[in-house]
Design a protein around this ligand. Sequence first.
Ligand code: ADP
Ligand code: ZN
Length: 641
Amino acid sequence: MNGINPNNNDNKNDNNNFFNDNPILAFVIFSLIIVLVFKTFFSDGGLMSDSSGGKTPVTQTKSVKYSDIKELIKKDELQSVKITSSTVEAMSKVGGVKYVAQNVPAFDEKLIPLLEEKKIPYEGVVGESLFSQIISSLLPILVFFGIWMLLVKKMSKGMGGGILGVGKAGKLINSEKPEVKFDDVQGVEEAKDEVKEIVDFLKYPERYIALGAKIPKGLLLVGPPGTGKTLLAKAVAGEASVPFFSVSGSSFVEMFVGVGASRVRDLFEQAKKDAPAIIFIDEIDAIGKSRASGASMGGNDEREQTLNQLLAEMDGFGTDTPVIVLAATNRPEILDAALLRAGRFDRQVLVDKPDFEGRLAILKVHSKDVKLALNVDLEIVAKQTAGLAGADLANIINESALLAGRNNKTQIEQSDLLEAIERSFVGLEKKNRKINDIEKKIVSYHESGHALLAELTKGARKVTKVSIIPRGLGALGYTLHLPDEEDRFLMQKSELLAEIDVLLAGRAAEDVFLGEISTGASNDLQRTTDILKSMIAVYGMSDVAGLMVLERRQHSFLGNGASSSEYSEKMAEAMDDFIKATLATHYESVKATLRLYSDAIEEMVQVLLEVEVIEGSKVRSIIEKHEIANNLESRLASKRA
Ligand code: ADP
Ligand code: ZN
């Protein structure tokens, strides 16, 4: 229930599920299930057991001694008898009881005359029993084998080769000849410049070899997910029109021991045969994790073998072989140092999120194939998408086309694009999720509080829209602040404090106007605490620690890099006290503002309850009206000035 942080789209590689990580375990579990199924179907009491009786249905099965059955025959109580190599089964004349004697010692030659004497029909089923025994022990094995083959096939499909193809000289490794050109990749100009020279190596290798130049072997593309690393690698192959061999580091981790290494061998063998060629290894961090850090997790032999093989291959071919290995990662800091050594991935190229111009160019590339209305202004879209990567932008264009289609339009209009942007920032609109009236009221006050403080606090971002339509997971309502300037790399202290006020205002509004507080503010409160903590421990913005940095953040593209903190218990206590006190003062001042503007809040709540959404401009006019009516010194105007 708060403003939206635009930098939250970095989780694309975290969807490995349990069975993908543990194919062998999956196999074992499968086998166990199959064994159980066969045990039930092919043993006594299961489907095949009811052949002893004639017409009478079995209502009860009794395990008895062989002598008991003989006794029953003598008493003439049996309807039929079935003799197998080791058991005797008998059906009673009345009651549908089936007697089963296991472990009949040896064949009793007196049994048959006895049965004939009593005229009880009997049958021997030695052969059939043996047959079914064989079947029931062989079939599971056959089924295991079948399932195993299926598993193997499925796994190898994803990798373009086969586990069973080990040693068959990589015929199973696929390559493609991409059509992608450099013009399709935008917003990453420096990275493009760096890889351009590779194209020339690949196109005219003889030229460089004749000069004795060493062709670079490996190049590491580093950057957040969705910024176009794969696309750029493809464009290199496309521009040079050479084959493109692509594997994903994470696919190696799923393989059986030894398979990854031989896959790497095959991959290089095939690429060398087709040289000049590009090998692209996506998510190289999956195999290239620093071995030091991997060991603490119990190690992973498979990964290590694969990594060693990769290193060996890269060392193995000479600089006169025009095969270039491009690898991509968003976590360069965890890579094994051995990978980055000279002659391996000794060049790193940053593929970063695009700036305004870059976003505009990417939007243009992706809108080539869709129908935009003539008056659509992509600059507006580029302005409102600061912090998004190329993949998000491509997605926004596509989403807007889907929206326009759903509304029976023949062209995409600006409003469709805006809606698509909002969706990508806050997740899908969930019109079908009904919130009850009490919740609606709470959320209305909460969001109105956020919106009011955002408009009145210097340094806070303007409100674009307030809504109580639940969107995405968890958020019952939201106050949207799209970044109004394009890119921000620095935050001033006053802006951080302003954000704290805006975040606190949701809870404060519930408190002031409803006299009760809800659980809806927990995310807001978490963020205020985080901001204050960083101000003290990371940015040196408090009197508690002065300029001393208490927490080191390792830079990471994912923004969740490890942080190490080192400070005394006394300092920790001082920090806690400071955070608590600051929050309390700010909370009080926010409540005072809310009380001063209570009419404005009530009016916003009224509108929200009625139509569920207020545009930013409407919020501002409500506040302005209130300031004039109450003769207030206009904070709205002074903020805008
Ligand atoms: P990465 O490999 O960095 O995770 P991808 O190259 O797979 O990102 O990007 C996914 C898709 O997003 C691309 O196929 C392309 O459609 C779009 N895209 C991403 N970055 C760019 C860019 N810089 N220029 C144009 N399109 C891009
Ligand atoms: Zn909130």
